[in-house]
Unconditional design. Structure first.
Length: 99
């Protein structure tokens, strides 16, 4: 599903991080203004999302998502990439490491 209208701040951050790593950002499939909704979607699908680290910690403690620790992380207290605990993102292997 393509997006219409200007990109959200979250989407711009998402794209900029991929570009800074020399990668092409994936096209959005779903965009939500609610990071809790986005985390629930990521926890139940093969999709990638951005969310505040405090929210990610909560969902990670529940065993729903995994913080995808990047080699070049977002600024402290910003956002982090997360994915479903059983889904791999081969395109990000060169830009991320898991602890």
């Amino acid at each position: 599903m393509g997006r219409s209208g200007p990109a959200t701040r979250t989407r711009r951050t998402f794209e900029q991080h991929f570009l800074a790593a020399g990668l092409i950002a994936p096209m959005p499939y779903i965009e939500s203004f609610s990071f809790h909704a986005s985390l629930c979607i990521a926890a139940n699908s093969g999709l990638l999302t951005l969310a505040p680290s405090s929210a990610v910690t909560h969902y990670e403690r529940l065993g729903r998502v995994i913080d995808l620790t990047l080699d070049h992380p977002f600024p402290l207290s910003s956002v982090v990439f997360v994915r479903h605990r059983d889904v791999d993102f081969p395109a990000l292997r060169s830009a991320a490491h898991e602890e």
